[in-house]
Design a protein around this ligand. Structure first.
Ligand SMILES: *[C@@H]1O[C@H](CO)[C@@H](O)[C@H](O)[C@H]1NC(C)=O
Ligand SMILES: *[C@@H]1O[C@H](CO)[C@@H](O)[C@H](O)[C@H]1NC(C)=O
Ligand SMILES: *[C@@H]1O[C@H](CO)[C@@H](O)[C@H](O)[C@H]1NC(C)=O
Ligand SMILES: *[C@@H]1O[C@H](CO)[C@@H](O)[C@H](O)[C@H]1NC(C)=O
Ligand SMILES: *[C@@H]1O[C@H](CO)[C@@H](O)[C@H](O)[C@H]1NC(C)=O
Ligand SMILES: *[C@@H]1O[C@H](CO)[C@@H](O)[C@H](O)[C@H]1NC(C)=O
Ligand SMILES: *[C@@H]1O[C@H](CO)[C@@H](O)[C@H](O)[C@H]1NC(C)=O
Ligand SMILES: *[C@@H]1O[C@H](CO)[C@@H](O)[C@H](O)[C@H]1NC(C)=O
Ligand SMILES: *[C@@H]1O[C@H](CO)[C@@H](O)[C@H](O)[C@H]1NC(C)=O
Length: 826
């Protein structure tokens, strides 16, 4: 074979170019494509096939890419696991229809095959004998070996790499048992198979799973006939592509088509396991992400443990379904929800049709993993499905789906997620005692009760409507925030209309999204005046009503200080509520202090200025502002940096809006972030300005050390950053805490002073901690009188927060720490 190849290449090296110009998309046997010849171009000019080197690499690969896109974006790579190190590569097709890529070692003149299509066709599908096969690049991006008869002996679409384009499939051919799935590249430089795969699982309800190695990282949820029920994107927003799912006796697969033929779009699993559907934006000259599948904490596989339900609008996000209780109440109270839930009353399968076990309905959810089809289940009615599940003692839940009929579950229910709109219905089996009023047995009472309730609501609604009309008439219909006065009068704050904000943010495009705060996404925008703004679009499900929003706006508008982020205006449109802040080009502090490369740009002087700036901002909030505000969620990601790296505290309205009355010393809603919360606040819900002082102390230690308190790891002990700093302090080795990235010389006395102040701030007892004005005094004077710090609170990481693993870094404003809101049951 090798001999034959050499023969071909020598023999055909001359007539090659002339023949290529005849049919630019086709390679005939005895023709070759070399590293210096022109690429094959599909007839519609959409795709090219040729040799290329990935970003930052000198290796040569044969691949297919979009012809008209300046950023070379390969959708398929032939020899991805076997690169060619020089330009000796050669692609040819044999008379039997085998595509072969060879490379020649220039020193030894030895030619070796690096890839061949016969190797990749696992079940050799050659029903017809080859008859003058040719190699052709189709306008869909499919590279095919076409037989004389026109059928395909081989096609690249059968062997996807990391990308799907329209026409490619992800799933199974049930007849030949052939699977199509995508695998991430190893790195940007190396297209060989990486860790992440996205494959269709056809046991039970078909669903597509993202795995890292063998571990499931994300599942889209089963297909509900319109979209995957785990897909967060409402369908009407998608104007780029139509998802298509085919299930019949021959196939089960996912594919998509572009809505507009001129659109260029692709679906890809990137090197870090991110699933993205991207579309090419000609105007901007870049790929725009139009869907993100792993959008929030609930998308992490089985975040809430067995039988737990995840709801991104709940706080905390995990809860147990009715009839279930936390497996460990203690863990649950410490925010560890990974243990999941167990039944309040275990099933014992003594079900008799009346008065025995039954089912409770859950609506609008992503169905759990590991479903099974009931044998002969399709065509069953819901009643039959319920009866069938009840008959089998190990059946714990069932669902009736349009597509596949009756499906049932036998194990713990994993990865259930609740949606606000969308999702499917399913039924969990429960002991009679846990069925309560909701079950079928009490239908009558339920009907009567709900009729009463509905009537009541109607009456109340009418009364409310009547009063609102009266009041609107009084105000001339203007939007009211305070009971009586129109908003403009009260706030002197610009009200932006929705059109301005949408235009500024390019219709809230993904490209403009710069973060996801605890209460909604943040977008960058540019006003017609050229001013840059950051728009916080409060999620409708954030639980923030008009009143809270009003509070936040009024509060923030009144707070003005050079170390606080300025509110520029707000936008209220029907249910939409948005806040426009000044835009901070340097994003947030955590991106600098916890980052190996950016950290070096922060020398000690800058860090000290930042510490003092935060202290000033906080002092203003605590003492000098008219309102005396407690922030309650001070953390590195809430410190934004302007052009000159001046710190500005952000998100300070939230605590008040979401936490109720600040004059109270107790709250039943704890808002904060692991690692920054003071013990008395996290455990008992007691808060005061001293809880902010505690968070400030943590922040100072983080700025000095460049390490996060939460997730801090030291090989010698189990302490967190606070404990570590305390230990070093007692051993007189505090300078060891200092971030190695900082350039010397470092003013030792100043650093030690900061560490001492920080340790004073994180002391266990709130009474022992200094106020912010004392803190500023100590920071500002050369030789202050300072007490010796006592033991810090929460000095051991294991004490409270080793658990939460749900947050992965995904955006600049909240990076690695989700704001949590905890409801104390009291
Ligand atoms: C060519 O072959 C020689 C001898 O086997 C080997 O040392 C060299 O690395 C090869 N070069 C390439 C580019 O593979
Ligand atoms: C390799 O082939 C070239 C041309 O075919 C020839 O000139 C050269 O001498 C050969 N080198 C070796 C080491 O065989
Ligand atoms: C084809 O597969 C066989 C067996 O897996 C392997 O030994 C051979 O090197 C492969 N050839 C190419 C060109 O990849
Ligand atoms: C299954 O669906 C595919 C795609 O719609 C279609 O081409 C094929 O004929 C169908 N097969 C059967 C057996 O219905
Ligand atoms: C993968 O996608 C994520 C999200 O868009 C991005 O942050 C990351 O840089 C990407 N990774 C690579 C290697 O492109
Ligand atoms: C099964 O559980 C029910 C209540 O959950 C109880 O009344 C009944 O006695 C139990 N039966 C057995 C055999 O344990
Ligand atoms: C499935 O249904 C068919 C026709 O209704 C019946 O002949 C067959 O026995 C059923 N199979 C099972 C396992 O119930
Ligand atoms: C219940 O379902 C399981 C799983 O399909 C099966 O193995 C078992 O035999 C069934 N039990 C009964 C009583 O039908
Ligand atoms: C329904 O539940 C309520 C409160 O849990 C209870 O007062 C009422 O009696 C129940 N009704 C029935 C029919 O069980």
């Amino acid at each position: 074979m090798v001999v034959l190849l050499i023969f071909f290449s020598i023999f055909t090296s001359l007539p090659l170019s002339s023949k290529l110009s005849v049919a630019i998309d086709t390679l005939y046997p005895a023709q070759t494509l070399t590293d210096n010849s022109n690429p094959l171009v599909s007839t519609g000019q959409a795709f090219e096939l040729g040799f290329f080197s990935p970003f930052n690499s000198n290796n040569r690969y044969i691949g297919i890419w979009f012809k008209n896109i300046p950023i070379r974006t390969p959708i398929w790579v032939a020899n991805k696991n076997n690169p060619i190190s020089d330009s000796s590569g050669l692609l040819t097709i044999t008379a039997t229809g085998n595509i072969i890529i060879t490379a020649t070692n220039t020193t030894t003149n030895q030619t070796t095959a690096v890839w061949s299509s016969s190797n990749s066709s696992s079940p050799p599908p050659t029903p017809t004998p080859p008859n003058n096969p040719i190699l052709q690049l189709l306008d869909s991006g499919n590279l095919v070996v076409k037989n004389g008869g026109g059928d395909y002996l081989w096609q690249s679409f059968d062997y996807p790499c990391d990308t799907l384009v329209p026409g490619m499939k992800l799933g199974w051919n049930l007849i030949t048992n052939q699977e199509w799935y995508i695998t991430s590249w190893k790195t940007l430089e190396d297209p060989s198979s990486g860790d992440f795969t996205y494959r269709l699982d056809r046991h039970g309800l078909p669903e597509i799973l993202l795995r890292k190695g063998l571990t499931v990282e994300y599942r889209g949820g089963p297909w509900d006939g319109v979209r995957f029920c785990g897909d967060p994107q409402p369908l009407e927003q998608n104007t780029v592509f139509n998802p298509i799912f085919v299930v019949n006796s021959s196939y089960v697969y996912y594919t998509f088509e572009n809505i507009d033929a001129t659109t260029i779009s692709r679906f890809v699993v990137n090197q870090t396991g991110k699933l993205m559907h991207l579309t090419w934006n000609q105007r901007r000259g870049e790929w725009i992400e139009i869907t993100t599948l792993q959008g929030d904490a609930c998308d992490n596989y089985a975040t809430c443990g067995p039988n737990g339900i995840c709801s991104i609008s709940a706080s905390p996000i995990c809860y147990c379904p009715v009839g279930f209780i936390p497996r460990s109440q203690q863990d649950y109270d410490r925010f560890d929800r990974t243990g999941g839930c167990v039944r309040r009353t275990p099933l014992n399968c003594t079900s008799v049709p009346d008065g025995g076990e039954g089912f409770r309905k859950f609506s609008g959810v992503k169905l759990p993993d590991r479903s099974y089809f009931l044998v002969n289940g399709s065509g069953m009615s819901e009643v039959d499905c319920e009866a069938a599940c009840l008959r089998n003692c190990t059946c714990v839940a069932f669902a009736q789906t349009d597509l596949s009929g009756c499906v049932v579950w036998f194990e713990d229910l994993l990865d259930i997620r609740e949606f606000n709109g969308g999702g499917m219905d399913f039924y969990i089996r429960m002991a009679a005692s846990d069925l309560g009023n909701g079950s079928n047995k009490n239908k009558r009472t339920a009907v009567i009760a709900s009729v009463t309730v509905i009537l009541g609501i109607l009456v109340l609604g009418l009364i409310g409507w009547y009063f609102m009309r009266k009041q609107n008439a009084h105000n001339g219909g203007a939007l009211t925030l305070d009971n009586q006065r129109p908003v403009e009068e009260d706030l002197e704050l610009p009200l932006f209309d929705l059109v301005t904000i949408s235009n500024a943010t390019d219709y809230f495009s993904f490209a403009n999204k710069i973060g996801e705060g605890g209460f909604g996404p943040v977008y960058k925008g540019v006003l017609p005046t050229g001013q840059e703004i950051a728009v916080k679009r409060l999620s409708k499900t954030s639980g923030q009503g008009l009143t809270e929003f009003k509070n936040e706006v009024i509060l923030i508008a009144k707070l003005q200080h050079r170390n606080l982020v300025r509110l520029l205006g707000c936008c209220i449109h029907e249910e939409e509520r948005m806040l426009a802040y000044e835009y901070m080009p340097n994003k947030s502090l955590d991106l600098f202090i916890f980052n190996q490369t950016r950290g070096t740009s922060l020398d000690w002087k800058k860090r000290f200025d930042i510490i003092v700036g935060i202290a000033r901002g906080l002092l203003y909030l605590h003492r000098d502002s008219r309102l005396r505000v407690i922030h309650r969620d001070l953390k590195a990601s809430n410190i934004l940096l302007d052009n000159d790296m001046n710190p500005k505290i952000s998100d300070f309205g939230l605590a008040r809006s979401f936490g109720g009355d600040q004059s109270e010393e107790n709250t039943n809603r704890v808002i904060g972030t692991y690692g920054y919360m003071s013990p008395e606040y996290a455990i008992d819900g007691h808060f005061s300005v001293k809880s902010d002082v505690f968070s400030f102390g943590v922040l100072v230690l983080e700025i000095v050390s460049g390490k996060k308190n939460r997730g801090f790891y030291h090989p010698d002990h189990d302490l967190n950053l606070l404990g570590h700093a305390w230990k070093l302090w007692n051993e007189g080795k505090s300078m060891k805490l200092v971030d190695a990235l900082m350039e010397s010389p470092i003013p030792t006395l100043e650093v030690l002073r900061c560490i001492q102040v920080a340790l004073l701030c994180v002391q266990q007892r709130p009474e022992d901690r200094p106020t912010m004005s004392v803190v500023l005094l100590m920071l500002d004077s050369e030789n202050p009188m300072m007490p010796m710090p006592k033991q810090p609170g929460f000095y051991s990481e294991r004490f409270i927060s080793e658990t939460d693993s749900s947050s992965t870094p995904r955006n600049p404003y909240t990076s690695n720490d989700l704001t949590i809101t905890k409801l104390h049951g009291r």
